[in-house]
Design a protein. Structure first.
Length: 135
């Protein structure tokens, strides 16, 4: 099946009424890593966005990368979202994202495809996985 446009119903599933879950996740992670919010506040905000192994992985990643040179996300554009499967309260999407990143070597544009898992139990949407496709 072809990828859906950004305004399609799957965009609403991942982005609901406010900022996209993926955008929220990136913003929280970046805010902690750049010292804009505390680790504890970041942990609390991530708990509202994601669950399960992804939450555990992100929390440990924040601790691990606390004092490193990181690239700053300037822009995150979701190019396409394609629903791959739904089993009970779990959905899997293939998502193509264009990133604009500012790092030590200047500004860089990269495009990546990801597989994202979303738990939709209790009418609440939370990310459960987010992996680069093909790795």
């Amino acid at each position: 099946s072809p990828a859906l446009p950004l305004t399609g119903p799957l965009r609403i599933s991942l982005c609901l009424s406010g900022p996209c879950l993926l955008e929220k996740r990136s913003a929280v992670m970046e805010s902690v890593l750049f010292g804009e919010i505390t680790y504890e506040e970041g942990e609390k905000q991530l708990r509202q966005i994601e669950t399960g192994r992804l939450y555990t992985k992100d929390i440990s990643a924040l601790r691990e990368y606390e004092d490193t040179d990181l690239e700053r996300i300037r822009k995150m554009d979701i190019v396409s979202i394609e629903k791959k499967s739904r089993i009970y309260d779990r959905m899997t999407f293939c998502i193509k994202i264009d990133w604009t990143i500012a790092g030590m070597d200047g500004v860089e544009n990269i495009t990546r495809e990801y597989l994202a898992g979303v738990d939709v139990s209790n009418g609440d949407y939370r990310l459960i996985s987010f992996e680069i496709r093909g790795e």
